[in-house]
Design a protein around this ligand. Structure first.
Ligand code: GUN
Length: 292
């Protein structure tokens, strides 16, 4: 039977409706929840993401600031900007878009963001909180994935969850969130002996590896919930009629949609949820900082 397609755009729209009300409540308490987004360099995908974050904040009646810096920006200058944003009481959330150019020490920059303004959830304090089983500001993509799994109707306690990929942005934190929901969690990575065999155990399969269409039906148990975090630009292996540069996931949609129980599309799956969760974290940060 064909998989149910989990409509991330629709779920995100529902979440955003609730967040617009929260933003309005904060405004009544004279707090304009404000996010500062910092982008260094010319990466076109990063520019698209940043525009979309700013547009979404504005659509919710939240405040936004975009700091667009040249590719050549020195490390010390970026650190100075982060410090200034940390000290600015009108800014509640700070997001430094990754990746950063090579002259910048990304770890040092992320560690410099005040934990209460860390709407990405990447600061070691918030990562530590996540490991302990509770953070008010979980990383956005993993938090969005958990929302989508909830919407798929599957109950997580006792289920086999397999995460493919161990990045700090997605793989590791989503594994921790699944564990906090009492799933039995396995993380696969580039050195895993038989990725397909491990994936076939999964009731819930989360894929974040950055390899176009790597996960075929052969990796998927009949009826599993499959979450595709990949955003690859197709340059090879194009099917007939497909254009080079097309956005596609890590999951081979055509074959997996015939076997999975539910599946997120790319685009329109995880992506819209990430932005919604960023707005949620910004509202949380504003509340925590203003005690509103
Ligand atoms: N680049 C890709 N994903 C992310 C994210 O979640 N946060 C930031 N800051 N940069 C990213």
């Amino acid at each position: 039977m064909a998989a149910r397609i989990i409509d991330g755009k629709a779920v995100a729209a529902e979440v955003l409706k609730g967040l617009a009300l929260e933003a309005a409540q904060l405004r009544e308490a004279r707090v304009i929840a404000t996010i500062a987004v910092v982008l260094v360099g010319d990466d076109p995908a990063s520019h698209t993401y940043v525009r979309s974050k700013i547009r979404t904040a504005e659509s919710l009646g939240m405040g936004s600031r975009a700091h667009i810096l040249p590719e050549s920006t020195p490390h010390a200058e970026l650190m100075g900007l982060v410090q200034q944003l940390n000290e600015d009481p009108a800014v509640h959330g700070i997001l430094v878009q990754l990746p950063l150019p090579p002259q910048i020490n990304a770890t040092e920059v992320l560690d410099a963001i005040h934990p209460l303004k860390d709407v990405d959830g990447f600061h070691p304090y918030n990562v530590g909180k996540l490991v302990q089983g509770g953070t008010p500001m979980p990383p956005c993509t993993p938090a969005g994935i958990l929302e989508l799994i909830r919407h798929s109707g599957i109950s997580l306690p006792g289920k086999e969850a397999v995460v493919v990929g161990r990045s700090n942005i997605v793989g590791k934190p989503v594994a921790l969130l699944l564990l906090a929901e009492n799933a039995t969690v396995t993380v696969c990575h580039s050195r895993t002996a038989d990725v397909a065999a491990v994936c076939r155990r999964a009731d819930v399969l989360v894929v974040a590896i950055g390899r176009a269409r790597m996960i075929t039906a052969d990796f998927v148990k009949e009826g599993a919930v499959v979450i595709d975090v990949g955003t690859n630009r197709l340059t090879e292996g194009l099917a007939e009629g497909e254009q080079a540069g097309k956005l596609c996931g890590d999951v081979d949609f055509a074959s997996v949609s015939q076997k999975a129980g539910a599946l997120t599309p790319v685009p329109g799956g995880v992506g819209p949820m990430t932005i919604a969760m960023l707005m949620k974290n910004t509202l949380t940060a504003a509340r925590l900082q203003s005690a509103a």
